[in-house]
Design a binder for this molecule. Structure first.
Ligand SMILES: [Mn+2]
Length: 329
């Protein structure tokens, strides 16, 4: 039977209980994080993983790639994340996956699935869906699962959840970050999460290569529509020359969006033999609608999609046209 978590503040608390029931009944759990993993998907998975390990429940955290954000390596059980599927699992928990496509592989339809997420585009693909797109992060949604089931949050779980909330809320700066977010963070600090220790590990261990690549990406800045729309690109050769990871240049997108006149910024680079596009906006401009046109998805102010070409400049023109089209009044 399908059970859906209802948004619009009508909390269907039974979903949290149903999720815990499924966990307690299972023999081996597979926790799935999304392709191109970010801090939210990894932290949400590791928060659950630490809880399961503390309760001696057998499980694995899975990511399709072996290319994880290294700056998360301080979170307990990070090194146990695997890209090898276990032979047997009788429950799937997906975290921060707006659709099943985000798993990067097909899961047997007969295996029950708990869907923890906060993407507006989530179509409730789980057996139990704990989806709340009013939350800053999936880590917040997972926090609610702990809270409503009265589960004990250890220091390791608290640290993990803090990282997801901090990173996905862009350090508490997006508009889905509300008083509940700060209540949660307050409680997580009480549970042992240490904000300065976390910040020093999460954001103050950059490679020099990153800062060799950033100026080149920043220099690619182009403005359209009287400067309200901005584009940047990361060409593969720049990353190769500097030795930077594609992820290292993502910060430039936030820098560009911080320019006063810019309302929409988008970023193109090559990942997995496709042009990957990230789009950000300010205020009520919905860029998830743009991403959707290219079978992508995301949130109102942050979305992404892939374009089936290897030509970054061609992809830029295609996306720019769609942005101007979709967002015109
Ligand atoms: Mn997220």
């Amino acid at each position: 039977m399908k059970k859906d978590f209802i948004v619009d503040n009508k909390l269907d608390l039974s979903s949290y209980k149903d999720a815990l029931d499924l966990i307690e009944k299972s023999r081996y759990i597979l926790i799935i994080t999304h392709v191109n993993p970010d801090a939210d998907t990894i932290s949400s998975a590791l928060a659950i993983s630490n809880f399961l390990a503390e309760n001696k429940i057998k499980h694995k955290v899975f990511n399709i790639s072996d290319n994880l954000p290294q700056n998360l390596d301080f979170i307990e059980r990070y090194e146990k994340i695997t890209n090898v599927l276990p032979k047997f699992f009788d429950l799937v928990i997906s975290v921060d996956c707006g659709s099943k496509n985000r798993f990067g592989f097909e899961v047997d339809e007969n295996i029950p699935l708990i869907n923890f997420d906060h993407h507006k585009s989530n179509d409730n693909f789980g057996t139990v869906n704990i989806v709340n797109y009013q939350k800053s992060s999936t880590a917040e949604v997972v926090y609610d699962f702990f809270k409503y089931n009265g589960l004990y949050i250890t220091k390791n779980t608290a640290t993990s959840l803090y990282v997801g909330i901090y990173d996905d809320s862009l350090a508490f700066t997006i508009n889905r970050c509300d008083e509940e977010t700060f209540e949660k963070v307050n409680f997580l600090v009480k549970c042992g999460a240490n904000p300065s220790w976390i910040a020093n590990r999460l954001v103050r261990r950059d490679s020099l290569a990153k800062y060799r690549a950033i100026p080149r990406v920043l220099d690619s800045l182009e403005l359209y529509q009287e400067g309200t729309v901005a584009s940047i690109v990361a060409r593969p050769e720049w990353l190769k020359d500097s030795g930077a990871h594609p992820r290292d240049t993502e910060v430039v997108l936030d820098m560009v969006l911080s320019i006063s006149i810019v309302k929409i910024a988008f970023f193109l680079r090559i990942t997995d033999d496709k042009v990957r596009v990230s789009i950000r906006s300010k205020g009520t401009i919905d860029v998830s609608a743009v991403a959707k046109k290219f079978d992508g998805g995301g949130h109102v102010n942050a979305a992404g999609c892939s374009i089936g070409t290897l030509d970054i400049d061609e992809a830029k023109q295609i996306v720019l046209k769609e942005i101007l089209e979709t967002t015109k009044e």
